[in-house]
Design a protein around this ligand. Structure first.
Ligand code: NAP
Length: 242
């Protein structure tokens, strides 16, 4: 893997306690071409070997700034944070009648504003001399074009807004760092805490392990070049319309 990146790749994974974030860290750790991984989490975790851990809550901009300073130059940044429900008051809406301003604010804060603040402080850390990538976990349900089922209003809106931010940031990044790529990623339906309450109607063959999904997404990132910056890509490399 990572044929298009420099040997000695320096990576950061934001949200390393998540099902998907954790699997990204494990893949990167096992790859001989990866030199270092900055793994962030909301509560302290043990690092070791190539993995350096740091506490980061995407709601705390000062903490994000400190983490970015600690990171130094990076070749790959993956934002794997996100929220859909919390097993309590926060549930994806089935109707407009369930729209709740507090729940919506929370979803937008984690899924949209959080990754935007990570971009604000980490995009400037992307290497300019070799290929570099900033990828944020989005979701196919954030595609306006693809929305035929309705429902999940806040989650869909948070990811649609994230997709728009990615496109907007890509235009600015092209000027500041023409070789760099910023993109959204759709991981498929992945067996994690986030999807577990909603897996009932998912056929077995369409429910991926985090290991499988992240391996495929890393292969996608390896193939993307600056001409593909600003898009949303599924785990199989197809571009999803906004
Ligand atoms: N699983 C799927 O089927 C699926 C499908 C489409 C898209 N996605 C997207 O993939 C991403 C990862 O999802 P997942 O399935 O791995 O979910 P997950 O297992 O629930 O992990 C979510 C991660 O987000 C972190 N997080 C939440 N709020 C945060 C905050 N304020 N600051 C920092 N970290 C925060 C969590 O940290 P804590 O451990 O501290 O709570 C956890 O590490 C999300 O953006 C999700 O929308 C997932």
């Amino acid at each position: 893997m990572f044929e298009s990146f420099r040997d000695g790749l320096r990576a950061a994974v934001i949200g390393s306690t998540g099902g998907i974030g954790g699997a990204f860290v494990r893949h990167l750790e096992q790859d001989a071409r990866v030199a270092s991984i900055l793994a962030t989490s909301r509560s302290p975790r043990e690092g070791g070997g190539k993995v350096c851990t740091i506490v980061l809550d995407t709601a705390d901009e000062a903490g994000i700034e400190r983490a970015a300073e600690k990171a130094g130059a990076l070749d790959l940044v993956i934002v794997a944070t996100g929220i859909l429900s919390d097993g309590d008051a926060l549930r994806p809406e089935k109707s407009w009648r369930q729209l709740d301003p507090q729940a919506m604010s929370r979803v937008l804060a984690v899924n949209t504003i959080g990754p935007a603040l990570i971009a604000k402080h980490f995009l400037g850390k992307l290497a300019k001399d070799e290929k570099s990538v900033f990828a944020s976990l989005s979701a196919r349900v954030g595609s306006i074009e693809d929305n035929r089922l309705g429902g999940w209003h806040a989650y869909r809106a948070s990811k649609a807004a994230l997709n728009q931010l990615i496109r907007t940031l890509s235009i600015e990044l092209r000027v500041r760092n023409p070789g760099a790529v910023i993109c959204g990623l759709h991981p498929g339906t992945v067996d994690t805490a986030l999807s577990r309450p909603f897996q009932n109607n998912v056929p077995e063959e369409r429910l991926f392990t985090a290991e499988k999904s992240t391996a495929r997404m890393l292969a996608v990132l390896d193939h993307l070049g600056p001409e593909q910056s600003g898009g949303l890509y599924a785990y199989d490399g197809t571009r999803i319309p906004f």
